[in-house]
Design a protein around this ligand. Structure first.
Ligand code: KG4
Ligand code: ZN
Length: 333
């Protein structure tokens, strides 16, 4: 039995979790800093690092408490070491290395996106492979073919804004506050998705996406028709985003012969995206895996799960290894 403490501080969530043998989640504690960044309309790196510093020890203590464990029972300490905000990453990496040193146990540095992929196995260890995974959050929009743990190929991604970033920018334009995703999701449910015919960016150009033009299109539409109900604009914007994401996810699935469609990242909480991906899976005879939101957004459980696999494959990470804000996903294929 291997008990792993997983720590995540790459962006604006301070999170820690205890996971046994890579699959058994004993606790999963997430302290979000969303309120601290809300008045700036986005994540402020310096504020994020300071908040991580203030929160990290308490979050780790709560994760152990929730798991009814003591530090002495931890066999491995893992943390996200990239990609992410440099100062934010350093807080989790330093905490994990200090604990590993004191406890005399291995430290494992984890790739943040690899961890997001592991959320699928946490939700369903038996998920049918290959999977076509859409990782979609405020920081990334990636289409990944997954043949197994450590066997990933990135087949597409955004050429400019991430989808979550587009939600946040459009929400700001519409005066809806931050983060934009949940409020647009809610308002869109009451609006008409056909009210405004926003273009579907790069729909038939491979597996990449572009969302920055869509934000500009919303700004122009607002100027032209200031009296149009906001719910209709939200629904139309969301339909353009979801159409594009679902179309490219199906393209990814075709390219890799995927048996299962999978969502990950904060935008995976979107109700319309979840419904449309489930429909697309059913229509093409594939399975679908929509991990619960606590495993989709940044969390410590996925870090511990990815660390379990990495430790088995590569062994511990040296303690002189630092944080790498621009770390790339190790790809094969
Ligand atoms: O994964 P996450 O918590 O943090 C990172 O960006 O790494 O994702 C946050 C993003 C924000 O852009 C937020 O607006 C978006 O996820 N989001 C949503 C929804 N809930 C959160 N976007 C669309 N619909 C939602 N229901
Ligand atoms: Zn993330």
């Amino acid at each position: 039995m291997t008990t792993i403490l997983g720590i995540e501080t790459s962006c604006d969530e301070t999170a820690a979790a205890v996971v046994v043998d890579g699959v058994d989640v004993r606790s999963n504690v997430i302290a979000t800093q969303v309120d601290l960044h809300a008045r700036f309309g986005g994540v402020v790196p310096e504020i994020a690092s300071r908040a991580h510093l203030e929160l990290v020890n308490g979050v780790i203590a709560t994760a152990l408490e929730d798991a009814r464990m003591t530090l002495a029972e931890v066999d491995v300490v893992a943390a996200t070491h990239g990609p992410g905000l440099a100062g934010a990453l350093l807080v989790g990496v330093s905490a994990a290395k200090a604990l590993a040193l004191v406890l005399d146990v291995p430290y494992v540095g984890v790739h943040h996106l690899e961890a997001h992929l592991h959320a699928a196995w946490l939700e369903d260890p038996e998920v049918e492979l290959p999977m076509a995974v859409l990782l979609v959050s405020g920081g990334h929009t990636l289409f990944v073919a997954v043949d197994g743990p450590g066997r990933y190929r990135i087949l597409g991604g955004t050429v400019d804004d991430a989808a979550g970033e587009a939600y946040d920018k459009v929400a700001r334009t519409l005066g809806l506050g931050y983060p934009g995703g949940p409020v647009i999701d809610r308002l869109a449910a009451e609006g008409d998705p056909r009210a405004v015919a926003f273009a579907r960016p790069m729909l038939h150009e491979g597996l990449d996406t572009s969302f920055s033009g869509l934000k500009t299109a919303v700004v122009l539409e607002r100027r032209r028709n200031p009296d149009r109900p906001v719910a209709d604009v939200c629904a139309s914007f969301q339909e353009a985003v979801v159409d594009t994401l679902v179309h490219k996810l199906l393209g990814t699935a075709e390219a890799c012969g995927a048996r299962t469609l999978v969502l990950g990242g904060g935008v995976a909480a979107n109700s319309r995206l979840r419904a449309r991906v489930a429909e697309a899976a059913a229509a093409t005879g594939r399975g679908v895996l929509l991990p619960r939101p606590a495993l989709c957004t940044d969390n410590g459980a996925m870090i511990a799960a990815a660390a379990f696999a990495r430790l088995a494959a590569d062994g511990p990470t040296p303690l002189d290894d630092g944080a790498s804000p621009g770390l790339r996903l190790p790809e094969v294929g």
